[in-house]
Design a protein around this ligand. Sequence first.
Ligand code: BGC
Length: 754
Amino acid sequence: MKRLHFHILATLIVMVLSYQVNAQTDYSYKNKSLPIETRVQDLLGRMTLEEKAGQLNQLNGGVLTGPQAANDPGQQGKLKLLRDGKIGSFLNVVGAAETKAVQKIAIEESRLGIPLLFAYDVIHGFKTVFPIPLAEACSWEPAMAEKASGIAANEAAAAGLHWTFAPMMDLTRDPRWGRVMEGSGEDPLINSVFAAARVRGFQGNFDNHHVMACVKHFAAYGQPEGGKEYNTVDMSRYSFWNTYSPSYHAAVDAGAATVMNSFNVFDGIPATANKFLNTDVLRNRWGFKGFLVSDWASYGELITHGVAADAAEAALKGILAGSQMDMESSAVVNNLPQLIKDGKVPQSLLDDAVSKILYWKFKLGLFDDPYKYSDEKREAATMLTPASLETARDAARKSMVLLKNDKNTLPLSKNTKNVLVAGFFADSQEDALDFWCGKGEAKDVVTYRNGIANKLPKATINYAQGYEASGKTNGKLLVDLKKKARGADVIVAVIGITGKHAGEARSLADITPPEGQMEMLRALKASGKPFVVVVHAARPMVLTEVEKLAPAILNAWIGGTAMGNGAADVLFGDYNPSAKTVISFPVSVGQIPVYYNAYSTGRPHEDGHDGPNDFWVSRYRDIPNSPLYPFGYGMSYTSFEYGDLKLSAAEMTASQTVTATVSVKNTGSREGEEIVQLYLRDLVGTYSRPVKELKGFEKINLKPSESKTVTFTIDSKMLSYFDFDGNTLLEPGKFQVFVGGNSRDVKTADLRLK
Ligand code: BGC
């Protein structure tokens, strides 16, 4: 009996032990059924210090396989690092076949087989190029930007990519800055809603038809002094909290997986080494859970900024401040293990960063199927589909802002027999693409000339170059222009700035149209023929002289692959323009920065008040204070009349709300869309407050003679703001409420917060 008992007991012990052994095996990171956190911890426990630092290393890949790479020591060096477990991510490795081949090396030839993340700048489209983000924001239709980002993500994911470095949401008030095109203009609310929409569009539900988004550039990169790229940023914390930070916060709240450092200093400390930004604000205040990536070489640039003596100190300062993945500088991979061994950096900081990066690799499913994004068949079938091109066309026409339209010059008749399309940019596919056009190709772009030809298949469409590609005057081209103008019924003249001057490192000191373009317009004016001007530029230009000459101006921005079709829809009335600019158009370069939401000054100047007693006020003596076209401005082919603004109550408490209603009527003869805008002004606060702040908007569609009542609910959040430390202030007192079709022409009512 005793023996039997012993036998049973022994069997039980063996069972328990073997169960534990099995369970332990099951606890490997390879076990799909375990929670991600458990898998991450398991894997972390198996990694060496060097392998951990390797996960924080992101390099510019390019083409890493094939005969050319095989003979390139630089590329072979990167592959060696990969095999040694010293690379966590590549940027610029693109295409289903290439990503698959490189991933295979990571999986099969590195010790732990940790999959790579492939990242790329998918800013406004991958293969199907959408309008520049600044233009898209002028639609005031975040749902459209979300859809466009979704299409871009689907194309990018089919090409093996997991991660886009977008959206950029650096609020800027300076059109000289080349990257003004990547953001959503000068207003915090517009930047925020578009940032969140794009994050949703890119990321979807993290399946292999979407890509991780990256909130960039954190923070305040949009305000380099003088609009000069990579220049110093110097702003008050008050402005940071109220104006510049909300869009990043909105994107983090929308669930963005990653955030990117900016190149600039903030309060004198480069963003990559800035603990206030990366730890205090991003992690502690906003609760960001994803991982942070540096901008290109921005760890290394701590040396040139003059805050680190060498790469080791750069890595030290960046990591201690809360920065994580190192794009391209190799400071982290080369120095962090030693810094930890020397006790200068706590191991927990590295473990935390690696855990976050691994988390996303698990979350995307790459440990279970490392090749799930790299499908050549799907890649071939996904790009430039008719549906994507149709969305791009819709986005283009909804982004184009009608700035001027004397005597209903536009829309042009579709019965026109002879159209002259003039201007170098009218016929150039190359100049329609910018630095951030992804894998978009010039050959796929529909130019303005072709768009118009598509619209009027029976008409004669002539073309005259008008000015040199550089913008210079050319006598021969002018003679040709004048000759062709004589035979035309109408002329569509395209001026602007090449897409090649849009984006990073492309700041311009002068954004007025060059002389050759103006000569062309003067010649057209002299011809006596009806003409309209299309402006092709990825920033607002100074159009003061153009405005004097041209009967009609359509600001087409840079509209992507389908821009010519989109423009033709607007020019010939198949689409009634509805866009409103999200950035002020300056009267002259000297007026920059000019923006609607400026703080009240002690000596404000009102336009038109230029009498002898209006001298000691904040103004230039040679130009007006107001921009040429204000924020929120854009015309339609129909007209809208605003009724009186009514508030449901003249007073409210912090827990109450007040509704502001206005009736808007279509008083013209065409159906059209109007963007109704709500602004507020806090008349007395502890801090000097902006003269107007956008707080809400609604895009409505009205048939001729139709009226609609638009209602905005004003709550205490809209009346509050941030102090210097980022604390919310809600201060009783007087407010003004404004509603209108742009930031200048508004109806006003008074409101008091008790
Ligand atoms: C830019 C980033 C971009 C990165 C990778 C940097 O120069 O500032 O916006 O994502 O390069 O291409």
